[in-house]
Design a protein around this ligand. Sequence first.
Ligand code: CA
Length: 232
Amino acid sequence: MRNVIIIEDEKDISELVQLHLEDMNCHVKSFFNGRLGFEYALKNEFDLMILDINLPEMNGIDICRSLRAERVNSPILMLTARSEEIDKVLGLETGADDYLTKPFSIRELVARVKAILRRVDIDTKHEENVEEEILEYKELRIDKRKRKVTLANKRIELTPKEFDLLYLLATNPGVTYDRKDLLNLVWSYDYEGYEHTVNSHINRLRAKIEKDPNKPDYVLTTWGVGYRFSDN
Ligand code: CA
């Protein structure tokens, strides 16, 4: 049984989402108030949060950021009302894993939720099988088990997706992945049109790990194709 938290003040949306998640064998806890949902999420483990942005008392972006600051790393799927909010979700280091723009179809919601939960399963299985996995290149050190990245011995804070992206590239140095591959492997999407999600994550990753993001040492661009980790 998966524990899912929904924080959404539009009751008809909340109820509809809850109904479909329960069909997927999830145990669902719903909140209509941002602050109450946040306080519950801090004290209770969950497998997925579905989070609206505009909420009474505490908005979704603050909730997401505050949870990440408290090292709550469970997946968060944000619901955005306007497409302008997407930049906010992706750009402002909220730490959200994914987003859906309202109005969304239930089929799309279910597909996203399944993709997220599948990734959680893969990660968990992987962690059970692997004792320790550390990748080192130049000043960068990636500890898969601890999901910890250091650069010249200083810890770099990455969002879950930034970490997954870096880890995938770094385990296969010199191999170029196009944006579609990365969407598939890191986000488990096969949708068209979300390639900018990859670009935006790559830019933020570079800003965190590269001395000069315009002349990267680690995450390189293969022009016209995609990205690869340095194998020099
Ligand atoms: Ca709302």
